[in-house]
Design a binder for this molecule. Structure first.
Ligand code: AP5
Length: 215
């Protein structure tokens, strides 16, 4: 399975990508998670990326392409992988194409998560994350057993810095401007599949399986 998950902020790429990765035993590479980890560890990459991420803007293409090149060279990626949140610009998609050609690998599909904007805003407002183990919750649709506390490790949950309302607005604008053109780009290939990613997490996963499970 060699998949790209494409969609706006809050469309459920991370939630569904984790499930697919666990069920099919392939690694999931989420550029947002890799960058947030670098920010947390205050590496030079993280320090540089932080200002873009906090503002809701995209980290420069060459930085992200370097991260994905490294990920795809890992031995675990040889049998398959899921890319979550990458590519996000046409330049990144072209870079990915070159990386895959070098490795003589072809994508199976690019799955687009289609979710109405008001639902995205609602989901992002309700998202809470565990800073220790990375678990993701939602106060509306998937709350922890004890409010504000991670079920897995007992840590206090946080709101992601870029889930503040004004930053969400910037992220949606950036998505429309830079990432939506990829729908046309991949639409010219036979790779693009669309999933109406609304309904419960289980319902969306079933729809995704009906697309990805056949690959
Ligand atoms: P990134 O972390 O990739 O953010 P994103 O793409 O904006 O996506 P999100 O993580 O916000 O949402 P998601 O689709 O994964 O949804 P989730 O499953 O969590 O990127 C962050 C930043 O990093 C970017 O702004 C940029 O600065 C930088 N960056 C990353 N990649 C880059 C790249 N390639 N190029 C340049 N810069 C890059 O779900 C959201 C919430 O909804 C959760 O609370 C979840 O529990 C809930 N939920 C999920 N499914 C459902 C459902 N079916 N019903 C109800 N609630 C649901």
């Amino acid at each position: 399975m060699k998949l790209v998950l494409l969609g706006p902020p809050g469309s459920g790429k991370g939630t569904q990508g984790d499930r697919l990765a666990a069920q099919f035993g392939v690694p999931k590479y989420a550029t947002g998670d890799i960058l947030r980890d670098a920010v947390r560890r205050a590496t030079p990459l993280g320090n540089d990326a932080k200002r873009y991420m906090d503002a809701g803007e995209l980290v420069p293409d060459e930085v992200v392409l370097g991260l994905v090149r490294e990920a795809l060279l890992a031995p675990e990626a040889a049998a398959g992988f899921i890319l979550d949140g990458f590519p996000r610009t046409v330049a990144q998609a072209e870079g990915l194409e070159r990386l895959l050609e070098e490795r003589d690998v072809k994508l199976d599909a690019v799955v687009y998560f289609d979710v109405p904007e008001e639902e995205l805003i609602h989901r992002l407002a309700g998202r809470r994350v565990c800073p220790e183990c990375g678990a993701v919750y939602n106060v509306y649709s998937d709350p922890p057993a004890a409010p504000g506390i991670c079920d897995n490790c007992g840590s206090e949950l946080e709101t992601r810095e870029d889930d503040r309302e004004e930053t969400v607005r910037v992220r949606l604008r950036v998505y429309h401007e830079h990432t939506e053109p990829l729908l046309r780009w991949y639409g010219q290939t036979s790779l693009l599949r669309e999933v109406a990613a609304v309904g419960s997490v289980d319902e969306v996963y079933d729809k995704l399986l009906s697309v990805a499970g056949r690959l």
